[in-house]
Design a protein around this ligand. Sequence first.
Ligand SMILES: [Zn+2]
Ligand SMILES: [Zn+2]
Length: 369
Amino acid sequence: MFVFVCAGCGAELTAPLSQAALPVHARQKYGNAVQLPALMKPGTFAVDPEPSGPPWRRWEEITPDEAAARGIYAPVHALSDGAPGAIVIAPGDTRNTALLPKKRGGACCGIDGADGPNMACMSCGLPAASRIDDCSLWQAVWLAPDAVRRLPAEGTEDTPLSWAELVDNEKGTPPFEPMTMVWGSRLGLNSFWSWSPQWEAAAGQALAHLLAASQGQPVTVPNGLTSQMFQRALDALLPAGGTKRPAVLAGPDLPVPDKDADILLVPVHPQTGQTWNPPDSATSAYRIPLPFEVWQWMIHPEPHLPTLASGVMPDGVFRDDPPAPPPHQLFRTDRGAFQHTLVRLPAARAPWLRQILENLTQHIQTGIF
Ligand SMILES: [Zn+2]
Ligand SMILES: [Zn+2]
């Protein structure tokens, strides 16, 4: 475990924390005026290896070679020239910090950190972190990489869980969940059931990889939830004719995939961020990464979703809540996660993938994103 201390005075600015993989939905902007929960589990932190925050450079100012050296293979609006390595934690894990009320950013009903760090070390006043709590953003505190240092916390050691331990102990993320609006909707309701934002972000990352793996040929995914998540987008973005290559689910607790299976939907370890490898690791199959919690639900769905409830039931009375209503909308892929992933794949240099990126607005209108 680690604590993060102020680079100015050495004061501890966090509780002791264990490292976790950066969630796919870390920078997601979801819906309109929706309240999202905390991004990170208590007691954990994750690192974004890329530069983040201002100053920004527009795409026209960057040469293709420079972009490729940064791992970007297709045009983006702008790239951050900020420091790499921002650290994200749960808001409750901060210590000894105070909000800087003037740095509220261009936020709508909360604060978004767009003006630079909005939290300072209480011992020396160094601006050290950004609290994010605006609508449509995940609740988080991002520590500025050049304002903190990471020190080992004494007497504790982290060993990542094995894949078998994860499958046995970690819960999956349900595909539908109740969402809460900050302001209430036209119908006067302030909550509704929707596809999970985490599933939509996971789909964005995975769809970019599925397109790269497809090499422009049609691809199918397993029936059921996986199909609801991907097939409409795959059918719209890939040609219709010819033999469809199957992408199959693989991972710990599943039979070893067929030798012919060359596109595998596999989990990413939630602590190390490593993508699962088949036991025969010499395989040349393309591994499509899915966040472990989403993959876990696909493999081990739980039969009844929890429903919102208040109050205490009298003794001897059992709940028989109706099942959660299915979302009214077809599944939509998170555009931000899709674009973020695809421009970072060398395959994005291919003209047909370039065209998909250029036509994103059109695909948003058809409801894929
Ligand atoms: Zn708002
Ligand atoms: Zn300080």
